[in-house]
Design a protein around this ligand. Sequence first.
Ligand code: AMP
Ligand code: ZN
Length: 143
Amino acid sequence: MKGLVIDMEDCIFCKIAGGIIPSASVYEDDDFKAILDIAPAAKGHVLILPKKHCADLIEIDPDVASKALFVASKIAAAQKKALKADGINLLQNSGEAAGQTIFHFHMHLIPRYENDNLTIPGENLSYAEGEAEEYAAKIRSCI
Ligand code: AMP
Ligand code: ZN
C-alpha cells in the first residue's frame, strides 16, 4: 500500500487509511486518505486521515500537519462545488475532553448550508445503501 506506515495494528483509521477496512474514499495521495464519515453531521462530511499514525494535534509531525491543511483546502473546495455547500466547517478534536473518540489524528470537513440550523457536535445522520458512494463520487469528480 503506497505510503502507509502502520504503527498501531489495532487502530481502525490505520486500517482504513491502508485499505484493509473499506471506506467511501474521496481522495488519496502518498500521505493521506480522505473518506466519508460513517455517521455524518451532514451528508458529504469528510474525514482526512494521515497514513502515518499519530494520536492527535499534539503528536503530529509538523510536515504532515502543514500538508493536511493543503489537502483540507482542496477537498473543501470540491465539497462546495460538488454539494453546492455554502460553507465548510473544519474541525479537529484532540483528546477525550475535546470529544475525540478515535485516537488517530483526523480532521473533519463538514458541508454547511445557509440556515441549516446544524449544531456541532449534534445529531448524526446515516446513508442509505449506495448513497455514501454516490456522495464520494460527486466529491471526487470535483477534486
Ligand atoms: P472524533 O470524535 O473527532 O474522534 O471523530 C471520529 C469520527 O469517526 C466520528 O465522526 C465517527 O462517526 C467516525 N467514524 C467511526 N468509525 C468510522 C468508520 N469505520 N468509517 C468512517 N467514519 C468513522
Ligand atoms: Zn492509526
